[in-house]
Design a protein around this ligand. Structure first.
Ligand SMILES: C[S@@+](CC[C@H](N)C(=O)[O-])C[C@H]1O[C@@H](n2cnc3c(N)ncnc32)[C@H](O)[C@@H]1O
Length: 279
């Protein structure tokens, strides 16, 4: 590779790591071209070199953030991987609902929710039980580093391909209304879901211990992009935000490096983690 291009990619990898803590593999440098093509067009640029020259010449936090955002992988779908949602439906939510019967409050958080399908999937599981949750205070929080992903999540508008990936017909009919070729989340589902942009590897997590703790936290398919050091710090912070009887669900290929804070539980083809008292 020509040394200038190699230096440009190295600059961009460092920039992305500095802002989102995503570690990009130099073997995948070719991805910069496709992932940054829309951003280059919007900036009236044609080459990565121009972008890097511009970023080096003057501080532009908005553009830097847009680069980091464009480089994150936003792959997601409704009820992704099936098993964790089945375990939530069958085992975890009934147990938590029983335990919270006198508080009548449930708090759930998808810590890297991309375009919102994971958040709406959790909310559908809860609304499916609306008969037993009437009058409860329920919040499903969704955060992601990408502003664009959060805007899409808030809009709650999904195309036919996105709807076909993971949604049963009964859920489409009950919780979505057709809008031309697309489907819009109905108000009852939307009212449980709250979205905001946040970096989960920043100096502070987007929620503090002082507010109520969470009953369920989903941190799925994002830790694999972080360094070991950031994974460890993030899981320590997440641990402090979970209720003692709450659960953490990671992606199917992810697990905490340090099991001193977590008890893994295998159930129904999925694995979830219960917080342990720090020793
Ligand atoms: C592969 S998607 C996973 C989405 C969803 N959790 C799922 O499993 O379907 C990873 C998401 O993590 C987000 N992300 C990456 N780094 C992040 C960070 N430092 N803070 C918050 N979100 C981040 C990306 O923008 C992307 O939307």
């Amino acid at each position: 590779m020509d040394p200038t291009a190699s230096a440009d990619y190295s600059y961009l990898r460092k920039l992305v790591f500095g802002l989102s803590q995503n570690v990009l593999d130099p073997a995948h440098d070719y991805l910069f071209e496709s992932r940054l093509s829309a951003l280059l067009r919007n900036q009236g640029m044609t080459r990565i070199g121009e972008l890097v020259h511009h970023l080096r010449a003057q501080k532009n936090p908005l553009l830097e953030h847009a680069v980091a955002e464009a480089m994150t992988i936003k792959e997601t779908s409704f009820f992704r991987d099936g098993h964790p949602f089945e375990v939530l439906r069958r085992e975890l939510l009934p147990r938590l609902i029983e335990a919270r019967r006198s508080w009548r409050t449930l708090r759930l958080w998808c810590a890297a929710c991309s375009t919102g399908q994971e958040v709406y999937s959790l909310a559908m599981l809860l609304l499916d039980r609306s008969a037993s949750l009437a009058g409860w205070n329920i919040r499903v929080e969704g955060t992601d580093i990408s502003n664009q992903a959060i805007e899409r999540a808030r809009a709650g508008l999904y195309n036919r391909i996105e709807i076909d990936r993971g949604l049963a017909a009964r859920h489409v009919l009950r919780y979505f209304e057709g809008q031309g070729e697309a489907w819009m989340v109905k108000p009852a589902l939307r009212s449980l879901c709250h979205f905001r942009q946040a970096n989960i590897c920043g100096p502070r997590l987007p929620f503090s211990r002082a507010s109520d703790r969470f009953d369920v936290i989903l941190l799925r398919n994002v830790m694999l992009y972080f360094s070991q050091e950031h994974r460890r710090a993030l899981l320590t912070g997440i641990h402090s935000l979970l209720s003692p009887d709450g659960v953490l669900i990671l992606g199917s290929s992810e697990q905490p490096a340090d099991l001193s804070l977590w008890t893994p539980v295998l159930s129904g083809g999925a694995c979830y983690f219960k917080p342990r008292e720090p020793s």
